[in-house]
Design a protein around this ligand. Structure first.
Ligand code: AMP
Length: 114
């Protein structure tokens, strides 16, 4: 499995603006924010895409979503609302091959997305 920039962030080999960390998950600000608040929530386990999630990962994936919701709450996004995004593949716009949830907030989101 190929290493990504996110593995380097997990190992603290390159800097990131970390907003949350526990044994299984890490959350940090996106380097190229698409909204006033743009945070990425990732599992520390190397899972490349949403298609690579195994049944045994179910607790970890559940934790990823509860963590994302808690971070959104802590960042003051919950009342006005926010968006969670997971990109997959070329058409979906995935550029980093390490599973991540985007938390986007601080502005009104459009639908359908571009
Ligand atoms: P995606 O296009 O869904 O794969 O999202 C990858 C995201 O990672 C993009 O929004 C990038 O801006 C972000 N990103 C890439 N490198 C870094 C980095 N070193 N620190 C923080 N965010 C990054």
């Amino acid at each position: 499995m190929a290493e990504t920039v996110f593995d380097k962030i997990i190992r603290k080999e390159i800097p990131a603006d970390i907003v949350y960390e526990d044994e299984q998950t890490l959350a940090f600000k996106d380097i190229n924010p698409q909204a006033p608040t743009h945070v990425l929530v990732i599992p520390k386990k190397q899972i490349e895409t949403i298609a690579d999630i195994n049944e045994s990962d179910a607790p970890l994936i559940g934790q990823l979503f509860t963590t994302a919701a808690q971070i959104a709450e802590n960042l003051g996004l919950a009342e006005d609302g926010y968006r969670l995004v997971i990109n997959h593949g070329e058409r979906g716009g995935q550029t980093v091959q390490h599973l991540h949830i985007h938390i986007l907030g601080g502005r009104a989101m459009t639908w359908p997305p571009g």
